[in-house]
Design a binder for this molecule. Structure first.
Ligand SMILES: [Zn+2]
Length: 99
């Protein structure tokens, strides 16, 4: 405590209370500041966690879109190949009938 700091305008009673300014109660001011910094750090950690969670959700969404796209492609291909094999089967059948 530096009770004689000229920058301090606190009444004597407040200085004695420990509720003074940063000049007469530097430790209190430091504690207050560091608790504000702690709060900010915590908030920033939470933001980080949230953005990591969003990134993971994005990644999951991107994966399901890719899977859907692959499934649609696979479906189209299997439809096409089933049409082709159907035609093939038909022509084989025709060949048998004609013989
Ligand atoms: Zn003061």
């Amino acid at each position: 405590m530096s009770l004689n700091d000229k920058r301090c305008k606190c009444p004597f009673a407040i200085k004695m209370n420990g509720d003074g300014c940063q000049y007469c109660q530097p430790q209190t001011a430091i504690d207050l500041l560091s608790s504000v910094v702690d709060d900010l750090e915590e908030e920033s950690d939470q933001q980080d966690a949230r953005s990591r969670r969003l990134e993971a959700e994005n990644e999951a969404l991107r994966k399901s879109v890719e899977e859907l796209r692959a499934a649609i492609n696979g479906h189209m291909h299997s439809d096409l190949s089933s049409i082709e094999s159907q035609q093939e089967a038909d022509s084989k059948l025709w060949a048998i009938i004609k013989e």
